[in-house]
Design a protein around this ligand. Sequence first.
Ligand code: AKG
Length: 429
Amino acid sequence: MDCQEKLEVPVYTDVDRDTFLRDIYPLRRPAVLKRVPLGPCVRAWTVSYLAQKGGDREVKVHVSPEPRMDFLHKNFVYRTLPFDKFVQRAAEANHSDFFISKDESYYLRSLGEDARKEPADVRKQFPELAEDFHIPQFFEPEQFFSSVFRISSPGLQLWTHYDVMDNLLAQVTGRKRVVLYSPKDALHLYLTGDKSEVLDIDTPDLQLYPEFAKACRYECVLEPGDLLFIPALWFHNTLALEFGVGVNVFWKHLPPDSYDKKDPYGNKDPVAATRALQSLERTLGILEELPPDYQDFYARRMVLRIQNRGYTKQHSQNVTLEGVICVILWALLFVVAYWIISLIMRFVAGVVWWCLWWLKIAFAIGVFQSILSDTGAPVETTATRLVFLALVCVLLGVGTTPAKPDAHLKDRITMLERRLTEIEKSKVD
Ligand SMILES: O=C(O)CCC(=O)C(=O)O
């Protein structure tokens, strides 16, 4: 089934640690958090302030001639610039100093001291700026993994990818559109490792990527000062609507041993997942020993096995508190509607019953009058007519009281109750 609709990411305001941990975090769904105090950075981080306070330490940045970075065809290069120069270039539309073209786009994903070994931490690499940014305390300090600067030129779009850790993306300045896809849509995203091959997510080539139409698109626009909670494994694609500075904080929500120790970026699959993927590769190698039609057949059997054993059962996912409340409300509505409709029906049936009763009386009186007013008729004929009328009246039940339509029903219920009492008595005896 195609997922045509664009789904809004839910927005929460004035969220504190307790609310986050109780109401938002357990849902394992993205959420925009507004008015969480991030510190003076939201007002202070202008281009000149960033340049002056960030200084001239060297940073490695992505430089691309097009604003949509393409990891497949590598339409970008890595270049090194002093931080202050980089910020100035990223904020301007046209450059007098450039690497590829006057209107090239810039993107910084800050790195650790030793980029291959150490995760980024803005407190270590940019201590003067980090003072202005307060990391929301939504996890235990020992769970902290990294804090990363994300600074982009206007229009810069970062490809769809997932990370293996929970993530709070703080959009400190500038507006940013973020599109997200659930991990359950992984089959529709044409993955190469942790990235989706579908780069143009707004007008995708559905001839080339027909499955992409089935992926449900969640979307939000982050304003300066907003936080976005991106649960681990949720795919995300960012588009800077303006020059902007973000800081994202990753933390380990699985037991520490689950993560790859040599992963400074927080995007290497957990150790058990890597082992499982490696053994799948070995299994696929073994399958190749079979003739093609057998390979195909056993590959399908293996898919079935994986689906049955590995997928989370759908029904247990779907039972949410909101769902239960919704079902109860519908059930109450149904009971009330049933009660109102049956009252109306009873009233209508009563009116019809009374009308019929009066009709029968009027009919009998009318016929009786016309028999008596026929003075020319012989006495025997009049007598026969009256007897006939009497018979018809008996058959129509004229003369009995206008019993209510449900009186009969009441009699039956009383009779049933009496029978039940008798049965119970006989059981006791
Ligand atoms: O904000 C961005 O540009 C990218 C953010 C991102 O990829 C992340 O927080 O993991």
